[in-house]
Design a protein around this ligand. Structure first.
Ligand code: UDP
Length: 418
């Protein structure tokens, strides 16, 4: 096992780069870009506030990092706020997160009290005066209490799989969700019985970001050299926060089965997120499972590693996402966009991306994951075909421009129906 650790020193800040819609013309064509401009023209100068619980790490921060500047380029006035909360709060919300994904949870009054108290602090700290307020995920859901009168349009954007939520946690959150004007989910199967309209919106990636743009092969090579990974031998990679629901130990087990039959290396790369305090413990479990194997590379990356992650994905032979539960799995989208064959679990939003035997391969267990990896390693022509088709699937459905269009349409619809 080789391991790289880089210290996290940056502050949590919602700094975003500037993005111009015109930059996407070459990729998407004029008609698509014109359609977005036409929709945005009707929303010019309208204020939008996005609120979530971390500026770095995880899929939501990844999306907001491109959604905000793109809305700005389109003439809206977007703002991104991140709630603050201590470790104890994020331990509670992580327990809620796991429980909403169907995990065990014993309801404790002190958890609910801490949730309310942190919400109150953030209500005092943040300003709510925009025409459209989009609250992402359960951590900030209680901010709805700050809605001035019945002003503006408040949308709860849920990125997690709510199909089998723990009843105590959902029972606690549900009355807050009911107060929104609408809810947005990443898959039709996540929708709940709610008295408010529900919309479907797939998460997305920015093809021009540091995480996804084309890279100079020499740079890719230099990153692999830096991490001590041999580009001459097959590389199987999972990029994920060290989170039990991403099942990194299951990935090690699958790799160990594959390794009995084929030469390969395993890369497990991930870092933490402020709103996920479990990372250190899970990382220890992974280290333990990987001990003694020099072909397993555990990379504990800081949050500003977008280009390194891009390089790792591009250098990989196969991308794996062996999640036990998954809202959507942007790492799958990123792998497909880079024309990589992907083996991923058939959970949450992943089957919307991996159409089995068409855009990648689905698996249901450690053994199944190992089987599919072996299949791809010994059938490179099929692997290439799946990867090509996966790339086109992402182009059609999961790029940031589709997501912007979805928000613009929802905003326009909210204005018309109010
Ligand atoms: N990611 C990252 N650094 C890491 C681990 C993940 O930048 O150390 C990125 C990853 O490339 C992807 C996002 O974080 O863009 C993870 O989104 P996903 O939907 O896969 O999972 P989430 O973490 O939101 O559950």
């Amino acid at each position: 096992m080789t391991e790289i650790k880089t210290e996290t020193k940056r502050d949590e800040k919602t700094e975003v780069r500037s993005i111009h819609l015109d930059d996407y013309v070459a990729l998407l064509g004029e008609p698509e870009i014109d359609e977005i401009r036409t929709l945005a023209g009707k929303l010019s100068g309208r204020t939008v506030q996005m609120v979530n619980s971390t500026a770095m790490g995880g899929g939501v921060a990844e999306i907001l990092n491109c959604l905000i500047p793109l809305m700005d380029d389109l003439g809206l006035k977007p703002r991104w706020d991140v709630i603050t909360g201590g470790n104890a709060f994020f331990e509670v919300t992580k327990a809620f997160h796991n429980a909403l994904h169907g995990g065990a949870y014993e309801a404790r009054k002190e958890d609910f009290d801490l949730f309310h108290a942190t919400t109150e602090l953030n209500r005092k700290r943040l300003q709510f005066d925009c025409e459209f307020t989009v609250i992402h995920d359960p951590q900030p859901v209680g901010l709805i209490e700050s809605r001035p009168g019945h002003a503006g349009h408040w949308i709860w954007r849920c990125h997690i799989d709510l199909s089998q939520p723990n009843p105590d946690v959902w029972g606690f959150l549900r009355p807050m969700v009911f107060k929104y004007d609408a809810a947005m989910f990443s898959s039709p199967s996540f929708a709940r019985q709610l008295p408010i309209p529900q919309y479907l919106a797939y998460p997305c990636i920015d093809p021009l970001s540091e995480k996804n743009a084309e890279l100079d092969p020499a740079y890719v090579r230099s990153v692999m050299d830096r991490f001590g990974i041999d580009v001459g031998r097959p590389i199987i990679t999972q990029i994920s926060r060290f989170d039990r629901l991403k099942d990194p130990v299951g990935v090690v087990r699958a790799y160990q089965i594959v390794k009995r039959y084929a030469d390969c290396q395993l890369v497990l790369a991930g870092g933490g997120a402020v709103d996920d305090p479990e990372g250190g413990v899970v990382l220890e479990e992974v280290r333990h499972a990987a001990a003694g194997d020099a072909d397993i590379h555990i990379l504990d990356l800081p949050p500003w590693s977008a280009m390194e992650i891009n390089a790792l994905q591009r250098a990989s032979t196969i991308i794996v996402q062996k999640s036990l539960r998954e809202g959507f799995g942007l790492t799958v989208t990123e792998g497909l966009w880079k024309k990589k064959p992907v083996v991923a679990s058939a959970v949450g939003g992943i089957p919307a991306q991996i159409i089995h035997k068409h855009t990648g391969l689905l698996a249901h267990s450690v053994e199944g994951t190992a089987y599919q990896i072996r299949f791809l390693l010994s059938n490179p022509a099929i692997a290439r075909k799946l990867a090509e088709q996966g790339h086109e699937h992402v182009r059609e459905h999961f790029l940031i421009t589709s997501n912007v269009k979805r928000y613009l349409t929802l905003f326009l619809h909210s204005m018309q129906s109010s």
